[in-house]
Design a protein around this ligand. Sequence first.
Ligand code: FAD
Length: 623
Amino acid sequence: MDHFDVIVIGGGHAGCEAVSIASRLSVRVALVTHRFDTIGAMSCNPAIGGLGKGHLVREIDAFDGLMGRVADQSGIQFRLLNRKKGPAVRGPRTQADRKLYRNAMQSEIKALENVQVIEAGCEDILIGPSGSVVGVLLDDGTKVPGGNVVLTTGTFLDGLIHIGEKKIKAGRVGEAPSIGLSRTLSRFELPLGRLKTGTPPRLDGRTIEWDRLGVQKPDDVPVPFSTMTDEISVPQIECGITRTNARTHDVIRENLNRSAMYSGQIDGVGPRYCPSVEDKIVKFGDRDGHQIFLEPEGLDDDTVYPNGISTSLPEEVQHDLVASIVGLENAEVIQPGYAIEYDYVDPRSLTPSLEINKLKGLFLAGQINGTTGYEEAGAQGLVAGLNAALTASGRSPYHFSRTSSYIGVMIDDLTTRGVSEPYRMFTSRAEYRLSIRADNADQRLTPDAIALGCVSSSRQERFAEKLSSLESGKQAYTSRSVTPKEASGFGLSVAQDGIRRNGYELLAYPNISTDDLIAIWPVLSELNHDVVEQIEIEATYSVYLDRQANDAASIRKDEDRKIPDDFSYDPIAGLSNELKQKLNQVRPANIGQASRMDGMTPSAIILLLAHLKRRSEDGVAVA
Ligand code: FAD
């Protein structure tokens, strides 16, 4: 077998992004995955994006990744969530046609250069005499040589499905678990834990009484994820809305002792923000009902995903549960819901490149790191694939900062704080959310991606055009001004302080819109709508953004100060033993990471900084 620069194990959401970015960096890549036809499979909810998650998709797109483009080719109900709130917390989301998504992702993978897909299970990771990775072993005994391996095995590591009292060893429904690799990771003495997640029963849409249900409509004009998509051409559909009720709650309460989760069979912790219907009734049973969105899984697919009733109750109880709900009295269950438990690796054992601290050449991405969700997985795949390819090419790693991206927030949270439950992204996790918005992901990240060499020439051209339109658009606003008196002549309310204000400054007022300015300067109506929208957002936030940019710059200065691999915390007087122990365990790569560690105090950071500075003055190189 040929030697590969990067070997990616698993063709899920993390694996596809890892393979794609490594290929774009022109290294030789192998994708080892059980079956080609499950590439791009959505194990659970057929939807991409949402609050916080939509930001991740835009950032993947800004690095020329796949998820945004593929979602644009398969989205059947685009909605911009939080439209009425500020632009910083708006979340693009689409429900996807499961088949279209899978097909589009498979076409993207087929089209990649330098990539060989190997349909097989990976059983083991091979370590050379120097203690670093030298390849992988397949289930048929074949050895695939390669120095950088990205593991993206999702929920497959020692996966165990629970449906009531029934237990099935599986990675997800109908697919075998990955046992060999779970043993490998234990052998490497990596800190493993158990987490769990669940999925609802699937229904036959032809047996649902749609006319008795509420309706959720798509946006009138769908907003694409990718800056490379001009418009969405996939037909847009409606979803049904119904609720659980007192009868549903009784069915669940009466059978709680048979739910895998509540009968003590499952040790793993589940996602708090995506709870099972059992959890909802136990924790919030006093509510009169919980909303359920009935989401068709495709344009020519009768399967319906009832979003909101994920469960591990026995199959016959699931039938009663479904039948208790308005509109679903006669609905047929095509596939029962289930919970799945699986191994994950404590992500504090990873560097910001997502490489195992103590094992050079082994990178982990996706659900294996304790996260949940396609978007979180895809973004990690991009980080791990990028750094594996950079390492293979002898280049320095690239680390995302939490001051400029949600990807940076996630990687930093995972590698410094670890997880106690499946981690999912929220806008509230990002301190700099006013400046790291979904609408400016390309402006924040594409320049770095271009510098790294992983952006296609067509995207580079489009990005350059956008920057130039923004620049000239902004110029159109800043080059025109009025006195306060002239402004009030047009009905605008500004302080009568004699100071002239330009169009951009006026736009920063909450009560002044582009339309008000067009009344003064009709020429502004000729600007492109998207450009105007972006200028409007930037102007609205400009005061906060300037302040945030200064804060971010000073934090970044210290944050970026690297802590050398061989730095010793033990001699630092004044640091508690507990903190020394944690620092030795986590081995933060820089001050930023150290400052966000659990239990870290500002005074401890000052001590650490002082010691690092002293060490560099003593002539030991510290970047
Ligand atoms: P996956 O998409 O699972 O991909 C793993 C890939 O690795 C597969 O292609 C598999 O064939 C391959 N593989 C595994 N082991 C090997 C091996 N040894 N050799 C070769 N190939 C291998 N997310 C949410 O956000 N909310 C939810 O409510 C939710 N519920 C879920 C419920 C269930 C039952 C499941 C299974 C998943 C759920 N998810 C949910 C999670 C979502 O599916 C994952 O977060 C996402 O798919 C993770 O992406 P990944 O790339 O890490 O792994």
